[in-house]
Design a protein around this ligand. Structure first.
Ligand code: F6R
Length: 636
């Protein structure tokens, strides 16, 4: 998915930190977006364009290539998650033109790159990588040959790109600015006091400024040390221009209107400390421990947004809740909440599968899109398509002004703060808490809940931060002990019913993605329809029940697994007869505070997060950077 950063100061400005170090630190904050190769390009104080890049992770590459020694006043950097071309030194960004005057970093996918590459090669350009991105500096070079200014050449190059991109480019012929463009892939500008920044995500420059402008699709522009200039490219929306047109025609047709940024600058309330590890060995563990605070901030902040959304959902008959990965599991809980608490027909759908359901949707229906980043392309497309059909669209996101909230009719923001670990933890718990609040508010406005019941429900939600803190304190050591035994396992089942099912799905995903153990979640009742064939002595089977009703339904399944000598772990409510039985049936019992099952998911996921985290650590893996994964998925 890749992370990009650009920073520009005036040529006279000398900062305490060398530019190479600043870019390296910024890239470390973006490492969650990709980490197979890294590189940067700097214009030095004596006016040279220096490019250094290599396959490998930031710390190692930085030592190898001496990032910290390099200084200058303007530079761009990139951390890569390979799409076109495997991780290698030549495929690492930045990419440069034939004359070594233009350097470009790119996040996204250029769909028409083959056509562009052939066209440019016919005109004598030589390429040194297998990436789609390398066409961009060569296109800029080609437009400059026609007499275009560096900025016009950049815009013209952008106008022939099809696909998804966040771009930053520097050009020795215009050495005081960084050009940028955005279509689908995220890009934010940071406005500093003596420098300006452009990056894939806010934590990259959070140490220097909290004043940001989130760029929108189709926007291009540049930053200098004291100016932010943004335009809307009229013919530049991806796909408008054809490379088969003469380049001069493309240049002549170039049209852009300036964008007024006065109401677009936001001061965000994240602090630099939020994007640092703060003494924890990994961001994931820090973020697990931050959950009480994240849930409490979310509950404190969402009330009016939830009320507004509930008013709009009052007359809606069907609600589809969409999301991907962990956000799909939160969507699953959301659909159960809407059905069971608010009495509204609701189902969860994985974002990338949404298209198959669209044909039967229309006015009177609603889609709730759940996405912590607000940028996941599959979820964004689900919102766009639903909107075209007149469906009410609501989004639930952790990133203010990101693409999905911007394109939705209504929005609820979780207040989890930045999540850096690739595996979602605190954003999941805040999502389920916000959805639980929404379900209750909707039940209240529909007359499904009287005010006494509503007050009691919300009071229970408000106790969650304390309960979650208690669960972490009580079970971290036990999770470590279970994890010690989990490290040798090849496979695991996670089984539950009702709310226990999406919690099982999320538990299995955590174990898979960071500990690399094959884990599958099933409705517990399904296990005997096939999966149980895999179970043999010591096979891990993790059950989750959030209420005595759910426990009553999985009890026979626990017996079935025990009869096959499985290693049974059970997360259950601390109710005397339940715990008494589980202690006899299961190898490990994790009894949690009994809660209203609609409120409980945020607490009952905690042991699963901890078991997955410690299993990964004991296996020697870095849970913050699982292989092959990136946090924000802007490709489909
Ligand atoms: C798993 C994880 C991913 C994301 C998914 C959706 O731990 O983080 O599965 O949940 O990529 O991302 P968002 O929520 O940003 O849409």
């Amino acid at each position: 998915m890749c992370g990009i950063i650009g920073v520009v100061a005036s040529a006279e400005f000398k900062r305490e930190r060398r530019l190479g170090t600043l870019i390296k630190q910024a890239l470390k904050h973006l490492e969650y977006r990709g980490y197979d190769s890294v590189g940067f390009a700097i214009i030095t104080y004596d006016g040279r364009l220096v490019v250094r890049k290599s396959r490998g992770m930031i710390d190692a590459v930085s030592v190898k290539l001496g990032f910290d020694e390099l200084d200058g006043y303007i530079g761009i950097g990139h951390t890569r998650w390979a799409t076109h071309g495997p991780p290698s030194d030549s495929n690492a960004h930045p990419h440069i033109d034939c004359r070594g005057r233009v350097a470009v970093v790119h996040n996204g996918i250029i769909e028409n790159y083959m056509e562009l590459k052939n066209y440019l090669m016919e005109r004598g350009h030589s390429f040194s990588s297998e990436t789609d991105s390398e066409v961009i500096p060569h296109l800029i070079e080609e437009f400059k040959k026609l007499g275009a200014s560096p900025y016009d050449a950049f815009k013209a190059a952008v106008s022939v790109l099809k696909g998804a991109y966040a771009l930053a480019a520097i050009d020795l012929d215009s050495p005081d600015r960084i050009f940028f463009a955005r279509s689908t892939s995220p890009l934010v500008v940071g406005i500093g006091s003596s420098e300006n920044y452009v990056a894939s995500d806010i934590p990259a420059f959070l140490e220097y400024t909290r004043n940001v402008v989130v760029l929108r699709d189709g926007e291009v522009g540049y930053i200098t040390s004291d100016e932010v200039h943004v335009e809307k490219l009229i013919c530049g929306r991806a796909g408008h221009s054809e490379v088969s047109s003469e380049l001069q025609v493309v240049l002549n047709a170039l049209e852009a209107v300036p964008v007024d940024l006065r109401n677009r600058v936001r001061e965000i309330d994240w602090t630099p400390e939020m994007a640092m590890r703060g003494g924890y060995p990994h961001f994931m563990l820090k973020e697990i421990h931050e959950q009480p605070q994240a849930v409490s901030s979310t509950l404190a902040g969402v009330a009016s947004e939830v009320r507004q959304v509930a008013e709009h959902l009052k007359g809606v008959e069907r609600v589809i809740v969409v999301g991907a990965g962990t956000s799909y599991h939160a969507s699953y809980i959301g659909a159960l909440l809407l059905s069971n608490v608010a009495g509204v027909w609701s189902i969860p759908i994985i974002s990338s599968e949404m298209r198959w359901y669209l044909r039967s949707l229309g006015e009177g229906d609603a889609v709730i899109a759940v996405s912590q980043s607000g940028e996941t392309i599959d979820t964004l497309l689900a919102v766009r398509e639903a909107k075209k059909l007149g469906v009410l669209t609501v989004s639930l996101s952790n990133v203010v002004d990101s693409a999905i909230p911007r394109e939705s009719d209504l929005v609820i923001y979780t207040r989890a703060g930045p999540e850096i670990g690739v595996a979602a933890t605190k954003t999941f718990t805040t999502q389920v808490v916000a959805l639980a609040y929404l379900a209750a508010e909707l039940a209240r406005v529909k007359g499904f809940m009287n005010s006494g019941e509503f007050t009691k429900y919300v009071a229970e939600l408000r106790r969650l931060p304390e309960i979650i803190a208690g669960v972490i304190a009580q079970y971290e050591a036990k999770a470590r002990r279970i994890a010690k035994n989990m490290v040798n396992k090849k496979s695991a089942f996670y089984l539950g019913r009702g709310y226990g099912l999406p919690i099982s799905m999320e538990g299995a995903l955590k174990l898979k993605e960071i500990a690399y153990i094959h884990a599958e979640a099933y409705p517990a009742g399904e296990s005997k329809h096939g999966p149980i064939a895999l179970v043999e002595e010591d096979f891990p089977v993790i059950f989750t029940a959030l209420s005595d009703e759910e426990y009553g339904l999985i009890k026979s399944n626990i017996e079935e697994m025990r009869a096959r000598y499985a290693w049974v772990i059970a997360v259950v409510p601390k109710i005397n007869n339940v715990v008494g039985e589980v202690l006899k049936l299961a190898s490990e019992c994790i009894p949690l505070p009994p809660l209203n099952p609609a409120v409980a998911p945020a607490a009952y996921i905690i042991p699963h997060q901890l078991i997955a985290y410690y299993t990964a650590v004991f296996k020697g893996h870095d849970p913050d950077k699982p292989r092959n994964l990136a946090k924000t998925v802007t490709v489909y």
